[in-house]
Design a protein around this ligand. Structure first.
Ligand SMILES: Nc1ncnc2c1ncn2[C@@H]1O[C@H](COP(=O)(O)OP(=O)(O)OP(=O)(O)O)[C@@H](O)[C@H]1O
Ligand SMILES: [Mg+2]
Length: 264
């Protein structure tokens, strides 16, 4: 049987330099209908790939396929050359390379900002030390540096439930960056923020991308934000990838028009 990378590179739309390959992927939560239908996707190393689409389109499901929380019903995926599955030991070995910020941010509200951020360092810490929350000085100083980067240096000891929505998003980004991921998956981390705050958060991620070799797959509702920050945009509607384009290929009005005109 041919390897999936061979199948995908046989099709010119897939690049050898991609770290995510999806080939004709279908998912079903109930075994009856399909949430995602025949998705082909390829994300190149170092790029910022942004997924847009209306509520219920299947965007979060798509991201969960990449981190192995959802397994395809049909089709194939490779991430860093492995099939994503959080229960599979081979994939578990590469999970530290993937920083995932879920739609609800996944923060522990009763822990401090610093404690939440240090959770990102856990994969590097022995089980005993992590149980007793003993973090090496180097991990703590790395966490402090990242908290400086996201502008939360004065809130290090504050409990997360006391923070504003924008500050919570900064904590979630800091936690993901402390993990030192090669791939960042971010599910609507700027939704509910005004446009200026959303741009601040996106600038943070772009700055982090420049410091480390980071590939990002992000979900956004805001078309303009996607056009401003993406290297490539995929539009998902009713479980289908209805378009994929570079931001300089499409004007805002065209993207919105395409979005509104599509019927499944
Ligand atoms: N765990 C689950 N069990 C059953 N159905 C689910 C589950 N998660 C999502 N779905 C359904 O799958 C579809 C796609 O959901 P998904 O969360 O991927 O959409 P989305 O595009 O991220 O939406 P939103 O923009 O509202 O976050 C929806 O109809 C949703 O109800
Ligand atoms: Mg979602």
């Amino acid at each position: 049987m041919r390897k999936m990378t061979e199948i995908l590179t046989a099709d010119n739309s897939f690049s050898n330099d991609s770290i995510i390959h999806m080939y004709d992927v279908w998912t079903s939560y109930d075994g009856k209908g399909y949430t995602l239908q025949g998705i082909n996707m390829s994300v190149e190393n170092g790029k910022n790939y942004i997924i847009i689409g209306p509520s219920g389109a299947g965007k979060s499901t798509l991201l969960k396929l990449v981190n192995g929380m959802v397994i395809p019903t049909k089709g194939q995926i490779e991430v860093f050359g492995r099939r994503p599955n959080i229960h599979d030991n081979i994939f578990k070995a590469i999970m530290p390379k993937i920083g995932y910020i879920p739609q609800n941010l996944g923060l522990v509200k009763n822990l401090t900002v610093m404690e939440n951020v240090l959770i990102g360092a856990l994969p590097r810490i022995s089980k005993v030390k992590s149980f007793f929350k003993i973090f090496p000085d180097k991990e703590v100083s790395d966490a402090e540096n990242v908290l400086n980067l996201v502008g939360l240096e004065d809130k290090v000891k504050r409990k997360v439930y006391m923070l504003s929505g924008g500050e919570k998003r900064r904590v979630a980004i800091a936690r993901a960056l402390v993990q030192k991921p090669e791939l960042l998956l971010a599910d609507e981390i700027v939704s509910e923020l005004d446009h200026v705050s959303a741009k601040e958060i996106m600038d943070l991620i772009i700055e982090a991308k420049h410091r480390i070799n980071l590939t990002a797959v992000m979900i956004h509702h805001d078309v303009q934000l996607a056009l401003d920050y993406a290297d490539k945009i995929a539009m998902i509607k009713h479980g289908n990838k209805i378009a994929e384009f570079n931001p300089n290929e499409m004007r805002y009005e065209e993207v919105v028009g395409m979005f509104n005109s599509y019927e499944s």
